[in-house]
Design a protein around this ligand. Structure first.
Ligand code: AHR
Length: 525
């Protein structure tokens, strides 16, 4: 398409029987599942960057979502909105990708430095044709990253920029010298260079980023990568633009041609209920049926096969797995909310999105040896957002709550696990009903994320843990009676995590009761 266009509650082992708020009660119909966790078989590190965010100059993501300006009646610190920043700090955003997306390939960094009132106004040709005031530029981005404690990931302009323009931007950002560009940065208010962690060379070069083929792009990529010149102690990881979804030929060509110059390859995949990226039939974010529910989740789970196949191609050219696979755009993509600007990609976010997020995160964890960063699209007010705002009002979406619940997975160590459960089926569509990810958290606790995709049946998961004997469980659950429960500005807490007390131990075995359509994160100590 764009080619053209709790509180946590510690549950003692005596806390059985399961008792919780009515909406969390185990469904009358329930399936039996078994789970084995190998606490004695540690796997790859689950990089915190898997919880990365993406912030494009698109709709109300940057403007209103983050940047309101110093004179706004919305409470702010030097122009940055206080409420959204506080919410983002809570989920420990590890890395932030900016300024696009398709916008990156029309962004000229000089537009966004210097006296704000004098910065040029441009037309945002990709996203609604609105005026881009350039009030938020390089200084604001790096200040935001410092406020959040996030690593910095720039997507540089290949589609309408030059190698020289990129090289000068990078010198402006990173040079400690007395060069003219470093002096200009100081004159604009920043003495020390900023830390530049990742540089993505272009965005979707096969589409909005220049309509290139893989051979041409990888030749261009090498030219750009060679000119990313920074001090030794501030070397960013260089990221080549990758394919969309199952574009395996792109991966093959770019890896073959440029593997020596690459730190990572990017992959984009959006979950559309039906249709394809080029001819989407997205459907509404709120008023969907059970048939829409299951097909959306089926489509989201197909990312597992894509990652496996891209990784196999990468293994051929990079058997030592030096090059990361960064899924630097992912998430659900539905019709925009009625009455909103179609170019702003503003969509609501329901329990379906929470389940979808949990499934994706579990898949990413299972490929942690190659998948070292992902960036959900996008952070605020765009696509599968963490936060929605309406002028001075703000709400946290179900997806935000999943990112919050999954915090113990950041920089944890993955553990092998096997789950066996009857499938969830509707008509001729079938998907796994239970998805599990297990890890050893950085503080030593065992942490389990369990997703029940079946909107009608709970699941009893009989769990054995090899190599550990935890005695107590602490957890949170996100679920609701309706598939499309969501938060609104009038009812911002309609869907939020509740204490989970559905894990009980009998001897060496744990029984974990998952409500229908739920995401559960349990910590076992
Ligand atoms: O996230 C919205 C758009 O989707 C991005 O700008 C682009 O990279 C992708 O096509």
């Amino acid at each position: 398409m764009l080619k053209k266009i709790l509180r946590a509650v510690t549950v003692g082992i005596a806390a059985w029987p399961f008792a919780a708020a009515s909406s969390l009660a185990a469904s009358p119909k329930s399936i039996d599942a078994t789970l084995t966790i190998h606490a004695d078989k540690p796997g790859a590190k689950i990089d915190a960057n898997i919880y990365g965010q993406f912030m494009e100059h698109l709709g109300r993501n940057v403007y209103e979502g983050i940047w309101v300006g110093e004179n706004s009646p919305i409470p702010n610190t030097r122009g940055f909105r206080n409420d959204t920043i506080a919410a983002l700090k809570k989920i420990k955003v590890p890395v932030l990708r900016w300024p696009g997306g398709c916008f990156a390939d029309e962004y000229h960094w000089r537009d966004g430095i210097g006296e704000r009132s004098k910065r040029p106004h441009r037309v945002n040709t990709h996203w609604g044709g609105v005026i881009e005031p350039n009030e938020f530029g390089t200084h604001e981005f790096f200040e935001l990253a410092e406020m959040l404690g996030a690593k910095t990931y720039l997507a540089v302009n290949v589609g309408s920029g030059t190698v020289q323009e990129m090289a000068e931007w990078i010198e402006y950002i990173t040079s400690p010298s007395e060069s003219t560009l470093a002096k200009e940065r100081r004159a604009n208010g920043r003495d020390k260079p900023w830390k530049l962690d990742y540089v993505g060379v272009g965005n979707e070069p096969w589409g909005c980023g220049g309509d290139m083929n893989a051979q041409y792009y990888s030749d261009e990529y090498k030219k750009y990568a060679l000119n990313i010149k920074t001090p030794r102690d501030n070397r960013p990881i260089e990221v080549a633009s990758g394919p969309y979804g199952d574009g395996y030929d792109w991966t093959e060509t770019v890896m073959k041609n440029a593997v020596k110059q690459m730190g990572a390859l990017a992959l984009h995949y959006y979950t559309l209920p039906s249709g394809s990226f080029d001819t989407p039939k997205k459907g509404p974010a709120l008023n969907f049926t059970e048939a829409d529910w299951i097909i959306t989740l089926k489509h989201t789970l197909s990312i597992d096969e894509m990652i496996r196949k891209h990784s196999a191609i990468m293994d051929k050219h990079d058997p030592e797995k030096k090059v990361g696979l960064y899924v630097d755009e992912w998430g659900s993509w539905y019709d925009v909310e009625p009455g909103t600007n179609p170019g702003f990609l503003f969509q609501q976010n329901t329990l379906r999105d929470a389940v979808l997020a949990g499934l994706n995160l579990n898949v990413f964890h299972s490929h942690a040896e190659r998948v070292r960063m992902t960036n959900i699209a996008q952070m605020i007010n765009v696509l599968q957002a963490m936060i929605l705002t309406d002028k001075e009002k703000m709400l946290l979406t179900p997806t935000y709550h999943v990112f919050d619940m999954y915090l113990p997975f950041q920089d944890s160590t993955s553990l092998a696990s096997e789950v066996s459960a009857p499938e969830y089926k509707l008509g001729d569509v079938t998907i796994p009903s239970v998805s599990v990810s297990a890890a050893r958290a950085a503080n030593g606790s065992l942490v389990l994320a369990l997703v029940n995709t079946d909107p009608n049946k709970g699941a009893t998961v009989k769990t054995k843990i090899a190599g550990a004997a935890p005695k107590k469980a602490t957890g949170r659950v996100l679920t609701s009676a309706a598939m499309n429960t969501h938060n609104t500005f009038d009812k911002p807490d309609a869907l939020q995590p509740a204490a989970f007390n559905g894990a009980k131990r009998k001897g060496d075995e744990w029984s974990i009761e998952l409500p229908a359509k739920s995401v559960v994160v349990v910590t076992l100590d």
